[in-house]
Ligand binder design. Structure first.
Ligand SMILES: NC(=O)c1ccc[n+]([C@@H]2O[C@H](COP(=O)([O-])OP(=O)(O)OC[C@H]3O[C@@H](n4cnc5c(N)ncnc54)[C@H](OP(=O)(O)O)[C@@H]3O)[C@@H](O)[C@H]2O)c1
Length: 332
């Protein structure tokens, strides 16, 4: 079958369309005919090699961490899914490979596609929605009325965090270009700052939490707007020691990651605040729960652009610009 592979790490995130062997389907796996696959900045980072210290990969490997498709075959021990069913999933790191004609995924990572969603829309959900859900329910312990700042509200991730936080009664301030203000307000943002004209660091203060999607350069200002004992969870800056311990890394690797994020950990502690790093993880039951939330909220995922498997390079190039409102998806 055909698959998009990283054959060598390179700064330009070049990938190749290769013929590869069919996936191996273990007893607890499900083989999926890929109908659509979401493209994320993480895929770009896997191609450049910057993810390798966090989640080890060795070229050549097939890219793609979220999928929507049809069940072709189930492993001997799988009782929860059946052939022909429409499913979607965030893939575990060890089973990456959604940019292909078929992929094998552990059954406990899958959920049925919510009624009314196309394969393309479903493929835009798992990574961003699970990351949003996990940031709000596992990393932060906010209560109704608490204030959250989320930069880049119009990105694929922000479009899930805002409605999910709003559902939990959390007050969200975000930043975006003015053309997105109406959409973000309708999703539940209390305030949308125009990042072209307004500096959030001077405008905001005493926030209970920040979810960082900007990266390391933004961390000092994001810490600054927190109240005492407020928490900054980063999805885009440097891993810290706590993250390394949760991932079950060896003690030497914990020390390396602890050292990487130490500057931010100490900076936060000095201000009586907390810095954390998180990585989204695959979870079928959580994805089922998210399906219910999408239905409750009448939320339709925003597919900004679609590409064929052969055009994956262009899809990665678009995501790498970090100027896309919504998700980029590869379709059959
Ligand atoms: N660690 C994890 O497990 C995990 C999981 C999911 C996502 N992430 C990370 O989260 C980040 C968010 O990714 P994403 O897919 O949501 O989209 P993104 O590509 O970061 O954001 C695109 C959007 O942000 C707007 N934008 C650009 N510069 C901005 C600025 N300075 N301030 C405010 N908005 C700005 C863009 O322009 P306009 O407003 O002009 O349209 C566009 O709408 C990425 O770093 C991704 O890797 C990490």
């Amino acid at each position: 079958m055909q698959a998009i592979q990283v054959t060598h790490y390179n700064r330009q995130h070049w990938v190749a369309l290769n013929d590869v062997p069919e996936p191996t389907v273990g007893p607890t796996d499900v083989l999926i005919e890929v109908q659509a696959a979401g493209v994320n900045l993480t895929d770009v980072r896997f191609a450049t090699g910057v993810m390798a210290p966090i989640l080890p990969t060795k070229p050549p490997f097939t890219l793609g961490s979220e999928v929507a498709g049809t069940v072709l075959k189930v492993g001997a021990a799988v009782t929860t899914f059946s052939v022909g069913q429409a499913v979607y999933a965030r893939l575990p790191h060890t089973q990456m490979g959604a940019f292909a004609e078929r992929v094998a995924v552990a059954a406990n990572c899958l959920a049925p596609i919510p009624a009314g969603l196309t394969f393309e829309q479903a493929a835009a959900v798992p990574s961003a929605a699970l990351a949003a859900y996990q940031a709000l329910t596992e990393e932060l312990s906010l209560k109704a009325g608490d204030q959250l700042f989320l930069p880049r509200g119009a990105g694929g991730f922000g479009l899930f965090v805002i409605p999910f936080a709003h559902k939990l009664g959390i007050r969200v301030t975000t930043s975006a270009s003015p053309r997105h203000t109406a959409v973000l307000t309708a999703l539940g943002a209390e305030r949308v700052l125009d990042y072209h004209t307004t500096d959030f660091a001077t405008e905001l203060h005493d926030f209970d939490a920040v979810i960082d999607t900007q990266g390391r350069d933004a961390i000092p200002n994001e810490l600054k707007i927190l109240r005492h004992h407020g928490t900054l969870v980063s999805l885009a800056a440097l891993p810290d020691w706590k993250f390394a311990r949760q991932q079950g890394y060896s003690f030497p690797r914990q020390l390396i990651f602890g050292a990487a994020g130490l500057g931010f950990t100490l900076q936060a502690r000095h201000q009586h605040k907390q810095y954390r790093f998180m990585l989204v993880h695959a979870d079928g039951p959580q994805l089922c729960h998210i399906s219910d939330w999408l239905a409750d909220l009448h939320l339709t995922p925003t597919v900004a652009a679609t590409y064929s498997l052969e055009q994956t390079q262009a899809a990665l190039d678009q995501v790498a610009t970090r100027q896309t409102a919504g998700e980029v998806v590869i379709t059959r």
